[in-house]
Design a protein around this ligand. Structure first.
Ligand code: ATP
Ligand code: MG
Length: 628
C-alpha cells in the first residue's frame, strides 16, 4: 500500500469518498469502525448460517423496527407462539430454530408499558439464559451462563445470540454495524449466511463497491450521491442516522476544475452525545411531569380544603373524589341530604384540569318540567310561545367545564333520554333547532335517593344510570363519622363568628349533646343548629340555647339515651321517686337552673315542678352561673 492511502486511516473522523457515480474510493478505518465493518472486539466465530436445532435468544425493544422488519409471525421460526404480540412491542424470547411444537419462551410489553425493564430468564439444555431489556438505559442484554452480550440502542434494535444446537457454543451474536454487514435479525433467522467475527473477520473489501451495496438508502447517502454527481452543493454538520447509528456529517464536493468528480463524507459518531441528549430530554420531561403533578396536587389540596373531616370514612371518599377529578370521568354523588354533595361537586371541578372552565349548576327538581328542556339545551327564537329570542342552555354554557346535575333522580323520563344522548355523543340540539352542537363537558350528577332502586321501579332509565355511574361516591352520613363532629363544629363556629363578629364558646355539655345526636339532616342541620345557638346564646353556648328536639334526642329521649336505667329492683314507688329526682337534677343541670326550660324538657306543669323540687329538696338556683 502506498504512503498516501495510509493517511485517511490515521484520521479521527470517518471518511468515505465516492466518485461521481457512487463507487467508493476511500473508506477509512474510522468509518469502518463506526459502521461495524471491521469487527475485532468481543468473542470470535467463523462465518456460518443458522441451522435447525440451534438455540436462539432474542431481545428486541421494538418489534419490526431495525430488525429487518420482523413480524410477530416470524417468532414461529424459533418455536415461539406469537399470540398477543404485536408490531412495536418489546419482545424477549428464547427458542429453537425450526421447532414446530411452539415450546419457545416469550415475554412482551406494549409500547406504553416500557417504563423499566423486561426480563426473561430460563435454562435450555443446562445453559442459563437471560434476555433482558433495560429501557431507561437503552440496553439489550443477552446473557449465556456468565457471558454478557450487550447491545446499546438509540431508538430501536433487534439483538440476537445463536448457540449451535449440538456444541452449545455461540455461533453468532448481533453487534454494531449489523445493517452494513446485512445481518438484520430477520434475515439471519431466515437462513441468510452471516460473516465471521473477531479473528475470523475478513477485511471487508470496500474499494470500488457501490455505496448502496454497503449502506441502505438513507438521506445522507442520497445527499452524498447528489453532491458527487453535482446535483447538490456542500453540506455542513448535519445530524443524521446511518445504518441506525447517529452521526454528524459534512459532505464536500470534489472537483477537477469546473467538473464534479466525486464527494467526500466526513462522519463523527455521536452515539454517546445523542444518548446524553436523550437522557437530558427525558430528564426534562420527567421534571415537567413532576412540576405538573405538584401543581395539580396544589390545586387538589386547595379544592378539597373546604371539606372538613379526619375520619377514615370521609378521608376515603375524598381520596376517591381526588382521583375522579384527575381522571375527568363522569361522577355520581350519592348520600343523604346535607352530607356535602354540592360541596364535593365543586371541589371535583376545582381540582380537575377544567378548573378554569365554567362550573354550571342545575337543580333538576327545582325547574318546572316544561322549562327544563330549554334550560338544559337552550332554544331557538320562536321555538315555543315565549321564546322571543334564542337562548343558550346550561349544557352549552358548561362547554370546556363541568355541569352539575343536582337531584338527577327528579329528571323527567323524557329528558333522561336526551341527557343519555348528550353523554354518548357529546352533542345536542337546541329546542326548536336542527343544528347539532358539540360540547366538551364533564358531568357530575347527584342524588339523595337510591338510583338503583328507582331503576328497578322503572322510574329512572337503567342505561342512563349505568352511563353516569362510572365513578360513584357515596358520602357518609354524619352519624357514621361522629369523630368529625368536633372539627366540624369548630369550623362552622369560626365561620359564623366571622359573620356575626363575636367570639363564642360551647360548653362541654353542648358538645356532648351534639355528639350524641344522630343528625338526620347531617352537616346542614348541624350548621343550622349552631347558627341558631350562636344568635340566642350569651358568650357561652349552653344546652338551653339548643332547640328542644336536639335536647330530646332522636328517640324522643334526652340525648337519645334510654330515659331510665333500672339497675336494682326494689319497691316500685322508690324506683319512680328516684327516677323523678334524677330527671329533675339533670334537666336543671342541662338548662343551667332555668326552671321554665327544665319544665319544658320534662313536659310538666309549674305547680307539679315546684312541688317536686320541694319534695326532693332541690334548689334550682344552685345550678345557675355554673359554667359547665
Ligand atoms: N365535610 C364537610 N365539611 C364542611 N362542611 C360541609 C361538609 N359537608 C357538607 N358541608 C356543609 O353542609 C352544607 C350542606 O352541604 P351540601 O349542600 O353540599 O349537601 P348536599 O348533600 O348537597 O345536600 P342536599 O342533598 O340536601 O342537596 C353546606 O353548607 C356545606 O358547606
Ligand atoms: Mg345538594
Amino acid at each position: 500500500m502506498d504512503f498516501y492511502s495510509k493517511i485517511p486511516d490515521l484520521m479521527d473522523e470517518g471518511i468515505i469518498a465516492i466518485d461521481s457515480e457512487g463507487y467508493i474510493k476511500i473508506y477509512n478505518r474510522m468509518a469502518k469502525n463506526i459502521f461495524g465493518i471491521n469487527f475485532n472486539e468481543g468473542p470470535s466465530y467463523p462465518e456460518g448460517v443458522i441451522k435447525d436445532g440451534d438455540i436462539v435468544v432474542v431481545a428486541d425493544n421494538m418489534l419490526g423496527a431495525d430488525d429487518g422488519g420482523m413480524t410477530p409471525e416470524d417468532l414461529k421460526l424459533i418455536g415461539v407462539n406469537p399470540c398477543g404480540v404485536e408490531l412495536g412491542y418489546a419482545v424477549v424470547a428464547v427458542g429453537r430454530k425450526g421447532d414446530k411444537t411452539g415450546q419457545g419462551y416469550v415475554k412482551f410489553l406494549k409500547p406504553d408499558q416500557m417504563a423499566n425493564e423486561l426480563l426473561l430468564k430460563t435454562s435450555v439444555d443446562d445453559i442459563v439464559i437471560e434476555s433482558h431489556i433495560n429501557f431507561p438505559r437503552r440496553i439489550l442484554r443477552i446473557k449465556i451462563n456468565d457471558k454478557i452480550y450487550d447491545y446499546e440502542y438509540i431508538w430501536a434494535a433487534g439483538h440476537m445470540v445463536i448457540l449451535d444446537g449440538s456444541t452449545k457454543c455461540v455461533k453468532f451474536y448481533q453487534s454494531k454495524g449489523y445493517t452494513s454487514r446485512k445481518e438484520d435479525m430477520k434475515f439471519i433467522l431466515m437462513g441468510q449466511p452471516f460473516k465471521g467475527k473477531g479473528r475470523y473477520s475478513k477485511v471487508f473489501e470496500t474499494y470500488n463497491k457501490h455505496i448502496l451495496e454497503l449502506h441502505s438508502d438513507s438521506e445522507v447517502v442520497r445527499k452524498l450521491l447528489n453532491v458527487a454527481c453535482g446535483k447538490e452543493d456542500d453540506i455542513k454538520g448535519v445530524e443524521s442516522l446511518i445504518n441506525g447509528i447517529p452521526v454528524r456529517c459534512s459532505i464536500k464536493a470534489v472537483t477537477d476544475g469546473a467538473e464534479r468528480i466525486g464527494a467526500i463524507l466526513e462522519i463523527v459518531d455521536i452515539t454517546e452525545l445523542k444518548a446524553m441528549q436523550i437522557e437530558r430530554e427525558e430528564a426534562l420531561i420527567t421534571l415537567k411531569k413532576l412540576q405538573d403533578k405538584m401543581i395539580s396536587e396544589k390545586y387538589k389540596r386547595q379544592a378539597f380544603k373546604a371539606i372538613i373531616g379526619q375520619s377514615p370514612k370521609i378521608k376515603q371518599v375524598i381520596e376517591i373524589a381526588k382521583k375522579a377529578a384527575e381522571a375527568n370521568s363522569t361522577v355520581l354523588l350519592l348520600g343523604e341530604s346535607g352530607t356535602g354533595k354540592n360541596l364535593f361537586a365543586e371541589a371535583i371541578h376545582k381540582a380537575s384540569s377544567r378548573r378554569n372552565g365554567p362550573f354550571i349548576y342545575i337543580n333538576c327538581a327545582s325547574i318546572p318540567e316544561n322549562l327544563l328542556e330549554s334550560e338544559l339545551f337552550g332554544h331557538e327564537k320562536g321555538s315555543f310561545t315565549g321564546a322571543v329570542s334564542e337562548k343558550k342552555g346550561k349544557f352549552e354554557m358548561a362547554n370546556g367545564g363541568t355541569i352539575f346535575l343536582d337531584e338527577i333522580n327528579e329528571l323527567p323520563v323524557t329528558l333522561q333520554a336526551k341527557i343519555l344522548h348528550v353523554l354518548q355523543s357529546k352533542s345536542f340540539t337546541r329546542v326548536g333547532g336542527l343544528k347539532s352542537i358539540d360540547v366538551d363537558i364533564r358531568i357530575i350528577a347527584a342524588s339523595n335517593k337510591d338510583l338503583e332502586q328507582l331503576v328497578s321501579q322503572g322510574k329512572f332509565r337503567g342505561d342512563l344510570f349505568y352511563r353516569i355511574n362510572v365513578v360513584s361516591i357515596t358520602l357518609p352520613p354524619l352519624r357514621e363519622r361522629k369523630e368529625d363532629i368536633y372539627l366540624l363544629i369548630e369550623n362552622i363556629c369560626n365561620k359564623l363568628e366571622d359573620k356575626i363578629n363575636k367570639r363564642k364558646k360551647l360548653s362541654h355539655e353542648v358538645y356532648n349533646i351534639l355528639y350524641n345526636y344522630e343528625w338526620p339532616g347531617n352537616i346542614r342541620e348541624l350548621e343550622n343548629v349552631l347558627e341558631r345557638a350562636m344568635l340566642m346564646s350569651g358568650d357561652i353556648i349552653q344546652p338551653g340555647d339548643l332547640p328542644e328536639y336536639i335536647l330530646r334526642g332522636n328517640n324522643g329521649n334526652i340525648h337519645g339515651k334510654a330515659l331510665v336505667d333500672v339497675k336494682d329492683l326494689g319497691p316500685m314507688r322508690d324506683i319512680v321517686e328516684e327516677a323523678e329526682k334524677r330527671a329533675l337534677l339533670k334537666a336543671l343541670k342541662i338548662t343551667k337552673g332555668n326552671g321554665k326550660k327544665a319544665m319544658e324538657l320534662l313536659q310538666i306543669g309549674k305547680t307539679n315542678f315546684y312541688e317536686k323540687l320541694k319534695k326532693f329538696g332541690i334548689e334550682s338556683s344552685k345550678f345557675r352561673n355554673n359554667s359547665s
